[in-house]
Design a protein around this ligand. Structure first.
Ligand code: PEP
Length: 249
């Protein structure tokens, strides 16, 4: 009942050539139509991607956005601008933004609201550090991050949000959460959401992120509460990413 979503976060990687290669590869391949596939390249590649992905299953995401629409904010990009490039999804609260750029829950919420205001679906990233997991605080941390946002939204806004559970210790480390560990947290997020609205909780799409690759994707995606993946490193390799998309289909 929930359409799987595979999103490839290129971070500060890639090139126009790689965008074109993805466009060509996915145009030629028999892509699983039952899966939504989003490529999230750096801002400068959005224009090329908009053209290269036309007629393919690939849609376009962005890695962040500024909370306001325009103004004297050198170096920033707004949701309205993203909308001009047919961006359908935007990451908010990625752990690299939380850690490297000190983004607070309040700032993340402001970005998420900005995305909703221009009808771009936010992918809210949440996850615990290794210390937090070892201290048995995983659910507390994750539900605080989820709750900060969800408790402030109206019901119709909650429906637009996708949540990516990304244990920080698994991002870019080659260390993946086991399917059972990921499922446990996903089920906890869905149960929390059911506290607001049971039907909405059933529709909520939950992605796993953290060293997902062509070998481990199928097992993770087979879990009942995992509806897709947020893929970093493996999303830069066409064959691996395609295999992950097929695993979700
Ligand atoms: C990410 O950056 O969201 C991510 C999951 O990265 P990786 O797949 O490389 O761990």
């Amino acid at each position: 009942m929930r359409t799987p979503l595979i999103a490839g976060n290129w971070k500060m990687n890639g090139s126009v050539a790689l965008i074109n290669d993805f466009g060509q590869a996915f145009a030629a391949a028999v892509s699983p139509t039952s899966v939504e596939v989003v490529i999230i390249p750096p801002f400068p590649y959005l224009d090329a991607a908009c053209q290269a992905f036309e007629g393919t299953v690939l849609s376009l995401g962005a890695q962040t956005l500024n909370p306001i629409h325009s103004g004297a904010h050198t170096g920033e990009v707004s949701g309205r601008m993203l909308k001009e490039f047919a961006v359908s999804h935007v990451l908010v609260g990625h752990s690299e933004r939380r850690q490297l750029y000190n983004e607070s829950d309040e700032q993340i919420f402001a970005r998420l609201l900005a995305a909703l205001s221009v009808e771009i679906k936010p992918i809210l990233c949440v996850g615990e550090s290794l210390e937090e997991r070892d201290a048995g605080r995983t659910m507390e941390v994750v539900l605080r991050q989820v709750g900060y946002v969800m408790s402030r939204l109206e019901p119709d806004q909650r429906q637009q949000v996708v949540i990516a559970y990304e244990p920080v210790w698994a991002i870019g480390t080659g260390r993946t959460a086991s399917p059972e560990q990921a499922q446990e947290v996903m089920a906890g997020i869905r149960a929390y959401q059911a506290g607001f609205d049971k039907q909405l909780a059933e529709k909520l799409r939950l992605l796993y992120g953290g060293s997902m690759n062509a070998s481990n994707a199928a097992e993770l995606l087979a879990q009942p509460d995992i509806d897709g993946g947020l893929v970093g490193g493996a999303s830069l390799k066409i064959d691996d990413f395609y295999t992950i998309c097929q695993s979700a289909g």
